[in-house]
Design a protein around this ligand. Structure first.
Ligand SMILES: [Zn+2]
Length: 503
């Protein structure tokens, strides 16, 4: 079997100013860099991404010739510049056509996110999937591994032969998701039984903060899908919670059921859609502001117990397009002189100033607050340079574990009881190896503040004394009533999930 391997993905927050450019895809913080052709497999070696899982599954099966084409991701951010998307898509399609001309491809494995928006395409990855289908014809199966945050269009479902999605948020099963997609593709090539697909679309959006699959309604919907798949091994369910920070038609949850029998796929989609409808009011929770969250954390830290009190600065989550440099939480920590470790502020100038001044120096730089001035001003010095590092470390958390991470020169700055990790680039705060690289053990902190909505839970929840999700000013809107969305589906009383069948 000759199977092409491809990855092109982005999670686009259309409410952010600016554009995500080609350069943002070249070397994203925490993830493997852009790679092409023979360089793809070495670039993904040791990483936990879906394509790495697909490659491992193909090797385990044996008899598969892998034809790597291109793999690239940019950190979540603003709408993708059309020239960047077009250049990457054209590379991918040209690579597939050349490989297919050299010797016919039997199948394609593609890793996508599902929530990429380019300037010309609300559903950019659906456009890519359609282009793959057009380039190779209807007979070459396409297996797609997607992020649970995908905003999945019917066009993508139609273009794909089969779909798999992460079943966890925090995402700790990326590799397994890629492996599942590859195993199903290989099985399809062996027996030719194409899955029939149905899609249920719950008529509401869910804030990232309440999409976690570790507890509550998020856990209930993935558990039910797992139970249904356990009862019927021919059923596959890809559950998408959607990415609400995209003001496009079709943003929101979608449950894609796949089964050799169309009626069974449809009834499974209906059943899961009805469960989502029932659980909709439970996708919610408290959102204290920064001073209230810090006061609660300081009180909790004085009580008996073990582990840090973790505060999630959810509205500056880099995983939702936050710039990682908003200062509302930092200002409140300093005002309270809270015994806290903040991971992290993205500020290249402050990192350079700390390295120029050296360990133990006092520097007078204004920290953060540059990307979105309306969310809060930079925080003036002085800061003590408490630790310095080159920013090269290997991920040890459940999301970036095994990834070789190169953030550039990093520092730990302190004032009073507040310690701030500073790095030149942003990155999801799910990686204990970053503060440890600077000699700051996050598990020993009294209060650990992370710029994250949910991914931090993979690394910290089990060892946290308490988790408090807080709302400081930032662009990753946690209360969707605050979101100025016009084009996406909005919550409306009395409406139920729609189920449609696709081919
Ligand atoms: Zn995601």
């Amino acid at each position: 079997m000759r199977i092409a391997i491809l990855g092109l993905e982005h999670e686009t927050n259309t409410f952010l100013p600016g554009r995500t450019t080609y350069e943002d895809f070249v070397a994203p913080g925490g993830w493997p860099p852009l790679s092409r052709g023979e360089a793809v497999l070495p670039a993904l070696e040791g990483s936990g991404v879906a394509t790495a899982g697909a490659v491992a599954a193909a090797r385990t099966h044996g008899g598969v010739e892998l034809v790597p084409i291109l793999w690239t991701i940019a950190l979540p951010g603003a709408t993708v510049a059309e020239e960047a998307f077009a250049r990457l898509m054209d590379d991918a399609i040209a690579g597939l056509k050349a490989a297919h001309a050299e010797a016919p491809l039997d199948g394609v494995f593609a890793e996508m996110h599902g929530a990429m928006v380019s300037e010309a395409h609300d559903h950019a990855e659906a456009h890519l999937a359609g282009a793959i289908r057009a380039a190779l014809g209807p007979d070459v199966p396409l297996a797609v591994a997607l992020d649970l945050h995908g905003n999945i269009s019917d066009k993508l479902v139609d273009a794909a032969t089969l779909l798999e999605a992460y079943r966890t948020y925090p995402h700790v099963d990326m590799k397994e998701t890629g492996a599942r997609a590859m195993r199903r593709l290989i099985a399809f090539l062996a027996d030719g039984a194409a899955p029939q697909k149905a899609v249920a679309r719950p008529p509401f959006q869910i804030a990232l903060t309440w999409q976690c699959t570790l507890f509550g309604p998020g856990k209930a919907v993935v558990d039910e899908a797992e139970a249904m798949m356990a009862a019927d091994p021919d059923l596959a369910v890809a559950t998408f919670f959607g990415f609400p920070l995209a003001d496009i038609p079709g943003a929101g949850p979608a449950i894609v059921t796949q089964h050799p029998d169309a009626a069974t796929a449809r009834s499974a989609a209906r059943r899961l859609g009805a469960l989502w409808d029932r659980l909709e009011p439970q996708f919610d929770g408290p959102l204290p502001d920064a001073p209230a969250a810090i006061a609660e954390a300081m009180q909790c830290a004085m009580e008996p117990g073990r582990g840090p009190v973790v505060i999630a600065d959810t509205q500056d989550n880099p995983g939702g397009g936050g710039p990682g440099d908003t200062t509302g939480m930092l200002a409140a920590l300093l005002a309270a002189d809270a015994p806290a470790l903040l991971v992290h502020i993205a500020d290249a100038d402050a990192c350079a100033a700390a390295h120029a001044a050296g360990l133990g120096a006092t520097i007078d730089v204004a920290l953060g607050g540059r990307a979105l001035p309306q969310t809060g001003a930079p925080i003036a010095g002085p800061w003590i340079v408490a630790a310095l590092g080159d920013g090269r470390f290997v991920g040890e958390g459940p999301m970036y574990g095994g990834n070789h991470i190169a953030l550039g020169p990093v520092a730990c700055l302190t004032r009073g009881n507040v310690r701030v990790i500073v790095a030149p680039k942003r990155m999801q705060a799910s990686e204990p190896a970053l503060p440890k690289h600077l000699g700051q053990d996050p598990f020993e902190a009294q209060i650990l503040v992370v710029k994250s909505s949910v991914h931090f839970r993979g690394a910290y929840q089990d060892r946290a004394r308490r988790v408090i999700v807080a709302r400081a000013p930032g662009p990753v809107t946690a209360d969707l009533a605050d979101l100025p969305a016009r084009r996406q589906t909005k919550r409306a009383a009395g409406r139920a999930s729609q189920t449609i069948t696709t081919s």
